[in-house]
Write a protein that binds this ligand. Structure first.
Ligand SMILES: Cc1cc2nc3c(=O)[nH]c(=O)nc-3n(C[C@H](O)[C@H](O)[C@H](O)COP(=O)(O)O)c2cc1C
Length: 155
């Protein structure tokens, strides 16, 4: 398969994920390229069997540049895509209670907002992965490479 990976990393964590994914896919015999979205033209994306989009979280949303990139992306209906996001690791509140999945989902709308844009273009999702960063600017959570592997196994 030919796979194009576009990420929106600001501090380098998402770039690391994208590069690990590219390396893994190449080792499995695919043709894969990973780029920062700023180095690509959304109106004339090269043809591929699958597009992977990655974004960091910003105030519960994908970073603005990636949202605009996805809105401008010209891809035919039915095109397959996968998403990854790098997000702040959930933390316990002052009483030591961890937020539930439902509570987190009310605030963290990173992937749902990316999906909303892509589904409106009739693109077809094949997989997603959420990779945590331990602090606001990183580093990536322990064992993140395993999550990337599982992500690549899903399509
Ligand atoms: C101003 C600011 C706001 C942030 N808001 C969120 C947020 O709402 N949700 C979240 O999961 N992460 C948030 N983060 C942390 C990002 O997830 C983290 O910076 C990012 O995943 C790192 O990836 P990068 O190195 O590829 O940029 C925020 C970070 C900054 C600097």
């Amino acid at each position: 398969m030919r796979i194009e990976i576009y990420h929106a990393s600001k501090y380098g964590n998402g770039a690391e994920v994208a590069e690990e994914l590219r390396r893994l896919l190449e080792s499995r015999g695919h043709q894969a390229r990973a780029q920062h979205f700023k180095d690509a033209s959304p109106g004339s994306l090269p043809s591929a069997d699958l597009y992977v989009f990655g974004s960091p979280g910003r105030i519960g949303k994908p970073i603005g540049g990636m949202r605009r990139f996805l809105k401008k992306a010209k891809l035919p209906a039915g095109t397959r895509y996968a998403l990854f996001s790098t997000e702040a690791m959930p933390r316990p509140d002052k009483n030591g209670r961890m937020p539930t999945e439902e509570e987190i989902a009310q605030w963290q709308r990173i992937q749902p907002l990316m999906d909303e844009i892509l589904v409106s273009k009739e693109l077809r999702k094949v997989a997603d992965a959420k990779i945590y960063v331990k602090d606001l600017k990183g580093p990536l959570e322990d064992g993140w490479q395993r999550k990337v592997e599982q992500f690549a196994d899903a399509w």
